[in-house]
Design a protein around this ligand. Sequence first.
Ligand code: CA
Length: 228
Amino acid sequence: MKILIVEDEVKTGDFLQQGLREAGYNPDLARTGVDGLHLALTEEESYQLIILDVMLPGIDGWNLLQVLRLNGKQVPVLFLTARDQIEDRVKGLELGADDYLIKPFAFTELLARVRTLLRRTRSSTDATVLRVADLEIDLLKRSVTRAGQRIELTAKEFSLLLLFMQRQGEILPRALIASQVWDMNFDSDTNVIEVAIRRLRSKVDEPFFPKLIHTRRGMGYLLEDIQD
Ligand code: CA
């Protein structure tokens, strides 16, 4: 597991790097905000956690975190702050830090926080795959499988299925489907939704058992694993 430490105090940086290495992680150490930012943005195999000192020469921890988030980097960040001030912690959390630790700290405390943050990331990564019965949708790969078989969907069909899966068991009225998937106001003259649902069913339901997409006449549609 790759961890980036950004810490300008030589002793603290070395101590963190050594401790994390002994704990089985693969830590890189940057001694300035500029180097830290460069590593965080350019490393090919991305970091799973950044331990970030607030007070750094050049780019400080706040700025570094802001630039990371602006660049779409969602890596968890553990802030190290020397100042035991509530404003600092609030500011860090508002900027998108995931946790903070006040210096001086015991290494065992840091390790406990690191483990928690890494565990949290792993479970949220899993949440990019949604499942209902044997139907799976992978949000990162934008792929759909049922009973292990890959199913090719158009972009609209994918959005439609995603909506159903995110709100499984809920009856979704046509107007809601129209606004969420087609970004349009529902017009009862159009049968675009019926057509799309028929196509989706022919791909994800008809060749399989049980049927997952159900019609509730006069109310809408729902996706649910109802075996009765
Ligand atoms: Ca510092």
